[in-house]
Design a protein around this ligand. Structure first.
Ligand code: ATP
Ligand code: MN
Length: 463
């Protein structure tokens, strides 16, 4: 008998076929007429399929009538046209095998709806709920779309290391990796002797694959990395995780405007794919989570991203008359309330802010001639704020080294990064997109902890 997913069996063209379906029971309802309705879900789509189990089935009284939410079953039967509302098909069961029972008194997802906060304590069970199943499918669609986009545009996928010994953006925000005995570390002149550590020097979990990606872009042209990144920043917000996934394209012979074009094309491609391929899940988010999400995505697809300099952004914020908790001021990073004001009120569209003050951006961003700004760009979206941060990279060795010294970094320890400028330097650019921020924006889920399977935040890491 052909194995079929619920998604397949719900298609009209399955009518008349015999099928084996396997999944978990969502509900059981017994009819007076001597049969039961089982709602079966297998994760292949949001919807369940209705199974009709007749009292004639040999294990009807003993097993089928005891089925409850969470039980796992194999159903053999025939796909029939259904007269029921919201379904083209249903299954008339010829056999029901129970694999695993789920005690109705003990199973946490039995009946009542739980809050997302509560479900975070059950990271092992929450994928069985409608919302988390839908997030998982949309996240999968986004990941596929990311790879498809870059592969079709001729980028090479490069994996960069998770463990690093270069503390690119400040060791303060990095998780240390060590095999030293923390109760009794070896010491030299009163400080820990990292020459005795696993790698012979201090090592950390990466905060970004960018610097390593630059080495491959400097040989292969257009590359991207896509992997987990780690930030030990103590930000307990709805948009920060300590472990998140980042996509980082890096392109040789590419300036900031090209970089912006790529970012815009890239995001639109993903939004388009999700709308095409995840219609049912997106309808669910629009109905249950955030009733502006479909309209927002369609609006974004139909519009051009606004592009303004940081200086103009500050100017507009200052002149807005809007009451901010933190007053915007030139030389300080945009707060999330500023990002939201620009994208939600001022422009009602995604906004790319570029040319930021050099003092608030890392050493590797290209210094503009004005002596004050660097060629940085952030893509801001309504609700979520920054989802992409990028820049044209500094490709002039002398200026790069000067910028390192300004930020108390030792050019000698970045000798290999300097070599990329010493030998065959090119104008090059790239950006980092936070996967979870993107999935948050697409789904309208309010908290970033609910768009990654196993969230890690300060004080929290459930198994
Ligand atoms: P923010 O200012 O929002 O904290 P950032 O400027 O520190 O972010 P970048 O270093 O520019 O972030 O990282 C690139 C992208 O990675 C960001 O645009 C965002 O989408 C994502 N990102 C950064 N930090 C986090 C985090 N802690 N959790 C989830 N995503 C993040
Ligand atoms: Mn940023």
């Amino acid at each position: 008998m052909r194995k079929m997913t619920v998604a397949e069996a719900r298609e009209k063209n399955a009518i008349g076929q015999s099928a084996l379906l396997q999944g978990w029971i969502r509900t059981r309802r017994d009819s007076k007429g001597g049969f039961s309705f089982l709602e079966l879900n297998d994760g292949s789509c949001l919807a369940n399929i209705q199974v009709i189990a007749d009292a004639d089935l040999p294990n009807y009284a003993e097993q089928i009538q005891k089925l409850s939410a969470g039980c796992s079953v194999s159903i053999e039967g025939e796909v029939k046209a259904s007269g029921g509302k919201g379904q083209e098909t249903e299954i008339l069961a010829t056999g029901v095998v129970v694999h695993g029972w789920a005690d109705a008194q003990e199973y946490p997802l039995q009946k009542k709806r739980h809050s997302f906060e509560k479900l975070r304590e059950w990271a092992h069970l929450r994928p069985r709920t409608n919302a988390f199943g839908a997030v998982a499918r949309v996240r999968n669609c986004v990941c596929r779309s990311i790879h498809n986009f870059f592969q079709e545009e001729g980028f090479l996928y490069v994996t960069t290391p998770v463990i690093t010994t270069s503390d690119c953006e400040g060791a303060g925000d990095m998780f240390r990796v060590t095999t030293l005995d923390i109760d009794n570390p070896p010491k030299q002149n009163g400080t820990v002797d990292f020459t005795q550590d696993f790698f012979g020097k201090p090592s950390y979990l990466t905060v970004s694959g960018q610097l390593e990606a630059e080495t491959y872009a400097s040989a292969l042209g257009k590359v991207y990395t896509f992997g987990p990144t780690f930030r030990a920043e103590n930000s307990n917000t709805s948009r920060h995780l300590a472990e998140f996934w980042m996509v980082e394209p890096e392109m040789a012979f590419c300036t900031l405007p090209d970089n912006m074009d790529l970012a815009e094309r890239f995001l639109k491609r993903i939004f388009n794919d999700v709308l095409q391929q995840c219609g049912e899940d997106m309808a669910f988010f629009n109905q249950r989570i955030d009733n502006t999400t479909l309209e927002t995505l369609q609006g974004v697809l139909a519009s051009d991203f606004v592009r303004i300099t940081y200086t103009e952004a500050i100017d507009r914020l200052e002149r807005s008359g809007h009451k901010f908790e933190f007053q915007p001021s030139w030389g300080h990073d945009l707060q999330s309330e500023h990002e939201r004001y620009l994208t939600e009120e001022e422009f009602a569209a995604p906004v790319i802010v570029y040319d930021y003050p050099r003092t608030i951006k890392p050493f590797y961003m290209y210094a503009n001639d004005d002596g004050k700004t660097v060629r940085a760009m952030d893509v801001l979206t309504p609700k979520v704020g920054e989802i992409i941060g990028g820049s044209q990279r500094e490709d002039r060795l002398d200026i790069l080294e000067q910028r390192m010294r300004e930020q108390d970094l030792d050019p000698a320890s970045y000798w290999w990064y300097g070599d990329l400028r010493r030998f065959g330097s090119t104008p090059h650019s790239g950006f980092g997109l936070g996967l979870e921020r993107l999935v948050q924006f697409i789904t309208g889920m309010a908290n970033i902890r609910d768009v990654i399977p196993f969230p890690r935040t300060p004080g929290n890491a459930e198994f």
